[in-house]
Design a protein. Structure first.
Length: 93
């Protein structure tokens, strides 16, 4: 999985490895940039910290994500979505 994916592997402690608060099971949506293309995977089973928002997945889920990201045939069949692209500016009008 990419270092910038925003999802980390789970360690079974029941506490957030960032802030120490309790984590809870949820389904998440996560975006990945692969070779300049944005790919979104929905309904990823994860645990999420209610305090800081850190998302963690089990190792087998991470492996499934890697397989999905590499499945070109499935990507071609996936539904599409449009997202706004905004150029950064220091001052917002």
């Amino acid at each position: 999985m990419e270092a910038n994916s925003g999802i980390h592997m789970m360690d079974n402690s029941g506490e957030c490895h960032v802030c120490g608060e309790r984590i809870e099971e949820k389904y998440v949506k996560q975006a990945f940039w692969i070779k300049g293309k944005l790919i979104v995977i929905e309904r990823i089973p994860a645990v999420v910290c209610s305090q800081c928002g850190e998302k963690v997945v089990k190792a087998d889920i991470g492996q499934s994500i890697v397989a999905l990201l590499g499945n070109v045939k499935r990507q071609r069949r996936a539904r599409r979505m449009t997202v706004p692209v905004i150029r950064f500016a220091r001052e917002v009008a």
